[in-house]
Design a protein around this ligand. Structure first.
Ligand SMILES: Nc1ncnc2c1ncn2[C@@H]1O[C@H](COP(=O)(O)OP(=O)(O)OP(=O)(O)O)[C@@H](O)[C@H]1O
Ligand SMILES: [Mg+2]
Length: 296
């Protein structure tokens, strides 16, 4: 679909989108342009345009915890990067409080999969740097309070003066979460935040995120490969198809009451049905990716 067609479609189905959504993706498409320059031609390394995501529409209501699952390489990070404003949509638009997203902003905090901390800065300095970048005029007293509060929130008191290389993976991820929350974003974006952690640390951090979410009730959009993690944390689970031209296959509502306890979540009558649906989806999509690879 080209941009003009998307804009026409937007006008035609404006009523199809939620009026109360905080974040609204409307016919979002992402195309990574192929290489056709002289150098690529001479070295026979030209490539075609790659449609990663095609025509995705999704409304997210305030204070909801949304997880995105889908096979590896389907376009989850691509979608989150566009929401963060780190990369532009090729067609369609993303609206935040009815205004188009044009770049990164203090209303969205991002937790990266690979921590992305400044290695030469301590825990405190990493958080300070994020707040200063977004709010350069913060009063020094307020700044100290914000840093202290967020270090406390993620359970890192005592490690303020440590550098990232002196921290475990779980501690680094905590700094990533503290840094994202310290700018007081409306929406927290997390790209596989616990992917690199061992099972026990992962469980502890999931519980921390549940606790923080109960306290702050921010809108969260989290990418995960873990079915159990999505079921424990989310209100809604978005299941993406394989790429290229990935789209949303189905959105599941997770009806478990909060606060949730991982120990008895599977007692809920809907648990096994939801889990089976997600397993079946991931199995089907991943198998299709593998088959396409073998036949290529
Ligand atoms: N800058 C880029 N240029 C060209 N293609 C890209 C670029 N970034 C991503 N892609 C392609 O877009 C597709 C989606 O990538 P993306 O990183 O969003 O997948 P993902 O769902 O996050 O995967 P994973 O679960 O492995 O993290 C992939 O085929 C990838 O090769
Ligand atoms: Mg990714």
């Amino acid at each position: 679909m080209n941009v003009a067609a998307v804009n026409e479609a937007n006008l035609a189905d404006a009523g199809a989108f939620s009026a109360t959504a905080q974040l609204s993706m409307r016919h979002v498409t992402k195309v990574f342009p192929g290489k056709r320059d002289i150098f690529s031609k001479l070295t026979r390394k030209t490539s075609r345009d790659f449609v990663a995501i095609e025509n995705i529409s999704l409304d997210i209501e305030p204070n909801t915890f949304v997880s995105i699952i889908g096979p590896s390489g389907c376009g989850k990070s691509t979608l989150l990067d566009m929401i963060a404003g780190l990369s532009a949509t090729s067609a369609g638009e993303i609206l935040l409080n009815d205004l188009p997203v044009r770049g990164p902003g203090p209303d969205r905090g991002m937790v990266f999969q690979n921590y992305a901390l400044m290695p030469w800065m301590t825990v405190e300095e990493n958080i300070r740097f994020a707040v200063e970048t977004v709010y350069p005029k913060t009063d020094p007293k307020q700044m100290r309070r914000t840093i202290k509060e967020h270090i406390q929130l993620v359970g890192l008191t005592g490690a303020e003066k440590k550098h990232p290389h002196e921290l475990s993976g779980g501690m680094r991820q905590r700094v990533g979460i503290a840094r994202a929350l310290a700018i007081s974003p409306q929406i927290l974006l997390m790209d596989e935040p616990f992917g690199a952690l061992d099972a026990l640390t992962r469980g502890f951090l999931q519980d921390e995120v549940v606790r923080i979410w109960e306290q702050q009730r921010k809108t969260v959009i989290m990418i995960t490969h873990s079915i159990e993690e999505a079921l424990l944390l989310s209100d809604r689970i978005v299941m993406m198809t394989r790429g290229p031209a990935a789209r949303i296959d189905e959105i599941l509502d997770v009806p478990f009451p909060r606060p949730r306890d991982r120990a008895n979540l599977d007692q809920h009558p809907a648990y096994h049905d939801l889990k089976a649906k997600m397993e079946e989806h991931l199995f089907r999509e991943t198998r299709a990716v593998e088959e396409a690879r073998i036949n290529a």
